[in-house]
Design a protein around this ligand. Structure first.
Ligand SMILES: C[S@@+](CC[C@H](N)C(=O)[O-])C[C@H]1O[C@@H](n2cnc3c(N)ncnc32)[C@H](O)[C@@H]1O
Length: 329
């Protein structure tokens, strides 16, 4: 503990004036020599919301409140690979760890149990660049640590015997970027029923805010739809106590201009009083929605609108390119 406090004091002295404008909580443990943290600082200083929010992870794990994380001790899991863009970020952040990527590689399944989001229609992300291959992605990601892909739709691929068969270790980090409620629910259920998430595991969500930021989603709270809905249900089902570590699962000023993906830590599993860890009031949710550049961009985009009734989806809403807002969702 003394060492952590001494380290934090030393690192505080290294802060740049620009970084000082941001929260102490966020920056206290940054090392200027760390290339990953440099990218995060750059992103925050320029409020560059196209930068990958995953670069917050190294800071999240060094926060002294979370010193007991699994960080550095387990495998890294990503649900929603597509062409591997964010897996490359994860390899950057976790150069030597075992990465596991889960994807159908033929795009999204049908939405069920949630609103219809026209940007996440069945088959979206099914087409890949002609230069893409799983083998090629494996080779590029496998240079410093191991990487494996589990191909198939989650309702088929996530079997009870998979973990043991592949000798998967508990997770230091789990990345949920599979867009839909149904996919996130299947992924999280497998994760918690197989002991992949344990106390100390960090979990980040890429699409937490997409539906609440979409046209027609103004009445939706993050815990009522998409990845957030699956998160809340899993907290309840497995008695998970989550805590918000970083990003828009809590309110503070910098969040309004910066990070996009909320990151939680699993504090406990199997407890009587579960906690989904999302700590924003309705007022804060609305204020964040009105302030965050990605949120505003989604609201203005043609691609994203939610429909509460399936029949409202017309054929013209299907599988549209998301290039303009791809970095955020
Ligand atoms: C937004 S893309 C992932 C983008 C990627 N993480 C990145 O940033 O480069 C979502 C991916 O999730 C996959 N996916 C969603 N639901 C799935 C399911 N139920 N089973 C398998 N794959 C699924 C889709 O095939 C798609 O490739």
């Amino acid at each position: 503990m003394t060492l952590v406090v001494a380290l934090s004091t030393f690192l505080l002295l290294l802060r740049s004036p620009l970084a000082a404008a941001h929260s102490v909580h966020r920056n206290a443990f940054m090392r200027k020599s760390d290339a990953v943290n440099e990218k995060l600082l750059e992103a925050l200083n320029e409020a560059d919301t196209t930068a990958d929010w995953r670069y917050s992870l190294p800071a999240a794990r060094l926060d002294r409140l979370h010193a007991s994380t699994m960080y550095g001790r387990g495998d890294v899991y990503e649900f929603g690979v597509y062409e591997g863009g964010s897996m490359k970020t994860l390899r950057d952040i976790f150069p030597h760890d075992h990465l596991w990527g889960f994807d159908s590689f033929v795009g999204l399944p049908e939405t069920s149990g949630d609103v219809q989001q026209q940007g996440f229609a069945k088959g979206q992300f099914g087409k890949h660049a002609s230069s893409f291959s799983i083998q090629g992605l494996s080779e590029s990601l496998g240079r410093t640590g191991k990487v494996d892909f589990i191909q198939g739709f989650y309702n088929v691929s996530l079997t009870p015997s998979l973990r043991e068969a592949k000798q998967m270790r508990p997770a230091q980090y789990i990345d949920i970027d599979c867009d839909l409620y149904v996919s996130s629910a299947q992924a999280l259920d497998w994760i918690f029923s197989n002991g992949i998430a344990v106390p100390g595991t960090l979990i980040g969500y890429d699409d937490w805010w997409v539906n609440p930021c979409s046209k027609g989603g103004e009445q939706l709270q993050p815990l009522e739809t998409g990845e957030g809905k699956a998160h809340a249900e899993i907290a309840h089902k497995y008695g998970v106590r989550f805590r918000c570590v970083m990003g828009p699962c809590m309110w503070h000023e910098v969040v309004a201009s910066g990070d996009w993906g909320p990151i939680f830590i699993v504090e406990d599993v199997g407890v009587a009083s579960s906690d989904n860890g999302f700590n924003m009031t309705e007022k804060q949710i609305n204020a964040w929605r009105d302030a965050h550049p990605n949120c505003l961009r989604i609201r203005r985009s043609k691609e994203h609108a939610v429909h509460t009734k399936a029949e409202q989806l017309t054929s013209s809403n299907r599988a549209v390119p998301l290039a303009s807002i791809y970095r955020c969702c």
